[in-house]
Design a protein around this ligand. Structure first.
Ligand code: PLP
Length: 407
């Protein structure tokens, strides 16, 4: 536990709460969840499940109806798989978070390394550590849209091959597209270029043993012309070495229902089921029935949400345009609902993004998440899952503040 960091945002959250209590106006860009309501069909399914007394323990891996829906959804996203997924390959978990944690716990031997491109979703490194593994962070560059470049992957693998700590080598690579916190979306070609590295000399042998964890939890929130590509749609030959993570939190605005899942080859899924059976057991029955209903909804029923995210993404990018030329590159997010901003040019010597975030909050009433927790200490994350008044008022204050601090 000593090696695992506590959430660095607690102090800021406490400040926000205190300022709100004092009646101060806060432009809050910290939301990590959609601002839509749960689909009506999901609510109706809960009412029906209640009436039908669907309130007993559920099977450890999930109710068969939901596992089947998830297998079908995953097969649609991964059309080139020779061996299709079936309900048996799915484990329903307490949010995507538990699926990721279970995977690390099942797979990692002490000291084994996990490659994590940064900026990353904050829980990956801590979870790896909690499960005895060692996170190996590979920083990506705003100039490349925060996407892992094949050469960077090659260099990281070479470094690990030459110096495997504890004699343990690399076990897993984490890919997250669309990405939290950067909104980066990988194309099929970009995934294929990474896979090419893993399949070429001198990594052929390592590549055969390596696992890819593909976190696709923001799959529905992608802005044209970008399109969502599941990792196994680009690299179907990796089926036996890939865990696909997804869930209802972001795509159906069901964060509080805690439904996520893994889709993985049988040899891993068997372990995941044992692990879950001895820890949390099957997931809340009503939430599972709600998810069955939400997964049956046609894609068009989410068009309004998608349009709204796109509209707000564009608004935020427009308001921040004033920063371009001031040493900051505004990387336009292609998916999810976050914009990641490199503010290095605005930091005083010795100042961190956390210091700047605190000043932003206390002096301008603008709340942002400092990038340190995502492995990018010179940046801040802004969520555009918020109302238009906040987008406008908050972004203008932010731009004004940054410009002043640069002079
Ligand atoms: N993966 C990513 C990239 C996320 O941003 C989140 C939540 O913020 C999760 C996984 C976990 O989602 P949940 O446990 O709510 O399903």
């Amino acid at each position: 536990m000593r090696g695992v960091s506590e959430s660095a945002t607690l102090r800021l959250n406490a400040l926000v709460a205190e300022m709100k209590k004092q009646g101060q106006e806060i432009f809050n860009f910290t939301a990590g969840e959609p601002d839509f309501f749960v689909p009506e069909a999901a609510k109706q399914a809960v009412r029906e499940a209640l009436t039908a007394n669907a309130s007993k323990y559920t099977p450890v891996a999930g109710i068969p109806e939901l596992r089947a829906q998830v297998a079908e959804k995953t097969n649609r996203a991964q059309p080139k798989l020779v061996k299709r997924w079936s309900a048996q390959d799915v484990v329903i978990t307490n949010g995507g978070k538990q699926a990721i944690f279970n995977t690390f716990l099942a797979l990692l031997k002490p000291g084994e390394r996990v490659l994590i491109p940064a900026p990353y979703w904050l829980s990956y490194p801590s979870m790896v550590q909690l499960c005895g593994g060692v996170p190996v962070i590979i920083p990506t560059d705003p100039a490349h849209g925060y996407k892992l470049q094949p050469e960077q992957l090659r260099q990281a693998l070479l470094a690990q091959q030459h110096a495997p700590a504890n004699g343990r080598s690399v076990k897993m690579l984490i890919l997250n597209s669309p990405n939290n916190p950067t909104g980066a979306v990988y194309s099929a070609q970009e995934f294929q270029a990474l896979v090419q590295v893993l399949e070429s000399q001198p990594f052929v042998e390592l590549g055969r043993k390596l696992w890819v964890l593909s976190d696709e939890i923001y799959d529905r929130i992608v802005f044209p012309p970008a399109v969502f590509c599941s990792f196994l749609a680009a690299a179907p030959q990796w089926r036996e070495q890939t865990i696909t993570i997804n869930g209802m939190s972001k795509s159906a605005a069901m964060t509080g229902w805690r439904i996520g899942w893994s889709v993985a080859p049988q040899r891993l899924t068997e372990s995941l089921v044992i692990l879950q059976g001895q820890s949390t057991s099957g997931i809340n029955s009503l939430a599972q029935w709600a998810s069955v209903a939400a997964l049956k909804l046609p894609e068009e029923s989410f068009q309004g949400q998608k349009d709204s995210y796109l509209e707000r993404r564009n608004q935020m990018v427009g308001y921040l345009a004033g920063l371009s030329g001031g040493g900051t590159r505004v990387v336009i997010p292609e998916g999810a609902f976050y914009l990641f901003l490199d503010i290095k040019a605005y930091l005083a010597p010795q100042e961190t993004a956390s210091d700047l975030a605190e000043k932003l909050l206390t002096q301008c009433g603008v709340a942002v998440v400092p990038g340190g927790i995502f492995g990018a200490p010179d940046s801040i994350r802004l969520s555009f899952a918020t109302n238009e008044a906040t987008l406008k008022g908050g972004c203008l204050r932010l731009v004004d503040f940054l410009k002043k601090s640069a002079t």
